[in-house]
Design a protein around this ligand. Structure first.
Ligand SMILES: *Cc1c(COP(=O)(O)O)cnc(C)c1O
Length: 463
């Protein structure tokens, strides 16, 4: 055994090896780091020898081959990004697991520019003194929503938390039982409420809540009436909810805050295109909400962010709250959000420039024509079928809405659908598909033409 271990070359010898020299030249890794991984590789091979797992005992060159093989694997593990590009073949536009909204060209450009340079993030250029990052996009949010004031935090969950913490800590918040939602398994209105120190006062029942339920629950301890837009589920049938417009006079009379968590928060009215029933942010504010909160990366189609909009008196207090500093967004988010919001100044072009809206608005025929273009360059070895189906908006948004789509179903004789589905996920870029009737299914609602070449390349390996 000792004899065997003695055949492992010394580290300094391995460092002289042409393979090490070459790896050092071609990788972006320091000599110290590469040597550390070399030592790890040696230790591993030593362990294998001791365990009798190496069969090529008496061949020193085989031993060093194994060491370098391991070193290369380690290096390639290091060089591939953990956060990687994905081709989304699911058709779900706002896929929470796949990063929700993709940004507009303008937003991407603005992020790059802001990352590349210094910026006036907290510097007032006209006065030459310290400025506030809130001001950078406040005017735009006001413009697009009709709000008196606005601010931005990390995500909508943070926005909800900040509003509750700032205005209802130690006090009561009245919420309808029909609106106590859980979103994505990690955000529960009741839990966030508890965390904020506010006491949840549930009123009504799951399917019906009446005006008098709110009225009867109001006490001296009530700080707020909260409405939650139940965007990720729908109660149908015998239902009753009380609107913001109805609650407004009640809240005013009792001097309590009327707050609506809109979740998705649309700025573009998809109802005009016959899609869903999502109220716009300006509508919610017009109906009398003092404050609303919504996500930046759901229907808005921007970066992850939480936008708080409403009455100036409340927003001013939020901006000064200690937590505002904790939950603040970085310059790249603000850059992307500003560029995204600007697109909404044109009702027509926004349907094209915001990828989320574009994908939601794609017709079945447009998707079919994408498939036809894609099929031009697909090898005949693939069995193909086009199937009528539906795609989802996703992101907990408009659950009852199904968007007509065409799926491309692919299979070939070399691989099972399950194996294709699994292996495509390991490609660069990763391809996420579904399986339908022993075929992989690609919904081209979420696959754009600029991704075709990569998708073809990934599929080619299985022909
Ligand atoms: C999605 C959603 C949230 C959480 O928003 P994030 O931006 O994911 O933090 C909160 N409330 C409602 C109603 C939602 O739909």
């Amino acid at each position: 055994m000792h004899q065997l271990l003695r055949q492992i070359p010394a580290i300094h010898e391995l460092q002289q090896d042409q393979r090490f020299v070459q790896l050092l030249e071609t990788s972006h890794v320091s000599k110290a780091k590469l040597t550390e991984w070399l030592q790890e590789a040696v230790a591993h091979v030593r362990k294998e020898l001791l365990a009798g797992e190496c069969s090529d005992e008496n061949d020193p060159s085989r031993i060093s081959n194994t060491i370098f093989q391991r070193l290369i694997e380690r290096l390639s593990y290091h060089s591939t990004y953990k956060l990687r590009r994905v081709i989304n073949g699911t058709g779900t536009v706002l896929h929470t697991n796949l990063g929700r909204a993709r940004l507009s060209d303008r937003a991407i450009k603005q992020v790059m520019e802001t990352a590349y340079s210094y910026s006036n993030l907290e510097y007032n250029l006209s006065e030459g003194k310290r400025g506030s990052r809130h001001e950078l996009i406040e005017e735009l949010v006001k413009e697009m929503t009709g709000a008196e004031a606005a601010m931005v935090v990390n995500n909508n969950a943070a926005a909800v938390y900040l509003v509750l913490k700032a205005f209802a800590n130690g006090k009561n918040v009245i919420v309808s039982r029909g609106e106590l939602v859980e979103i994505g398994g990690s955000f529960r209105v009741s839990s966030i409420m508890e965390e904020s120190g506010a006491e949840l006062i549930e009123v009504g029942t799951t399917n019906k809540t009446h005006f008098y339920d709110y009225e009867n629950a109001l006490t001296e301890d009530t700080a707020m009436i909260m409405k939650v837009h139940t965007s990720n589920f729908k109660i149908i049938g015998f239902t009753k909810e009380v609107s913001i417009a109805e609650l407004q006079p009640l809240a005013q009379r009792h001097n309590v805050l009327l707050y609506e968590d809109l979740g998705s928060g649309a700025l573009y009215d998809l109802r005009k295109d016959g899609i869903g029933d999502e109220p716009t942010v300006s509508e919610a504010l017009k109906k009398g909400a003092d404050l609303v909160t919504f996500s930046g990366d759901k229907l808005l189609g921007g970066p992850q962010a939480g936008i708080i909009a409403g009455k100036k008196k409340w927003i001013d207090r939020l901006k000064k709250h200690q937590l505002a500093r904790v939950l603040r967004v970085d310059k790249m988010t603000l850059a992307a959000l500003e560029a995204t919001l600007k697109e909404y100044a044109n009702e027509e072009t926004v349907r094209e420039t915001i990828p989320t809206l574009k994908a939601v608005l794609l017709t079945k025929e447009e998707i079919q024509s994408r498939i036809e273009t894609f099929l031009h360059d697909l090898s005949p070895s693939w069995h193909r079928k086009i199937k009528h189906d539906v795609s989802q908006v996703g992101g907990g948004t408009m659950p009852e809405v199904t968007l007509d789509t065409s799926l491309l179903l692919l299979s070939n004789s070399n691989y099972t659908a399950q194996s294709l589905h699994n292996q495509l996920r390991q490609k660069e870029p990763a391809v996420v598909t579904r399986i339908i009737d022993d075929q992989i299914a690609l919904d081209f609602r979420t696959i754009e033409e600029h991704e075709f070449a990569d998708l073809h390349r990934c599929l080619k390996e299985f022909e």
